[in-house]
Ligand binder design. Structure first.
Ligand code: MN3
Length: 202
């Protein structure tokens, strides 16, 4: 089996006060775990079993709904945990900062666009910063557990930063106040990891 369920790279309470311990614990051990288990069950004994996620997502329109939803849920949360850090926040530097400035105008302009994508995603889904095939950056959003690597979306690219805006990601602490949760997210971003993702995507 190619796939492993990842441990969280910090303690469940490490992102307090921005994301509370109980939310993180349920999110990782119940929600993420269930996507992983159901994804493994959905590919078991099929020709997808020995493919990578990139290849599975590139042809996901031909796969089962279970593969799409649970494979997406597995991958999306893997990325999400990695781009958060108890020592996060601040601003990106180096090549990533230059790319954000040249693609969006400024860090604040990028943040405004990302905030809009996250706040205006109706129902459940994700906001993303992606690297497109032409190496440019773009902000996009996908419903449910879809992501921009899947062949079912209009905007394609490799996610380097993602924000889960499902209610399970914030409801215990923020209830219906999704914008407050989105605001707190900026205090947690591991920009070094995002920069590493950017380098890899180029
Ligand atoms: Mn989630």
């Amino acid at each position: 089996m190619n796939f492993e369920f990842p441990a969280l790279p910090y303690a469940y309470d490490a992102l307090e006060p921005h994301i509370d311990k109980m939310t993180m614990e349920i999110h990782h051990t119940k929600h993420h775990r269930a996507y992983f288990d159901k994804f493994i069950a959905a590919i078991k004994g099929t020709d997808l079993e020995n493919k990578g996620l990139d290849e599975i997502f590139a042809g996901v329109s031909k796969a089962s709904v279970a593969v799409r939803n649970n494979g997406g849920g597995f991958y999306n949360h893997n990325l999400f945990w990695e781009v958060l850090s108890p020592n996060g926040g601040g601003a990106p530097s180096g090549k990533l900062a230059d790319a954000i400035n040249s693609n969006f105008g400024s860090l604040d302009d990028f943040k405004a666009r990302f905030n809009d994508a996250a706040a205006n995603r109706f129902g459940s889904g994700w906001a993303w910063l992606i690297v497109k095939a032409d190496k440019s950056l773009a902000v996009t959003s996908t419903p449910n557990q879809d992501n921009p690597l899947m062949d079912v979306n209009d905007v394609h690219g490799r996610p380097i930063l993602g924000l889960d805006v499902w209610e399970h990601a914030y409801y215990l602490k923020y209830q219906n106040r999704r914008p407050d949760y989105i605001g707190a997210f900026w205090n947690l971003i591991n920009w070094e990891k995002v920069a590493e993702n950017y380098e890899k995507a180029l």
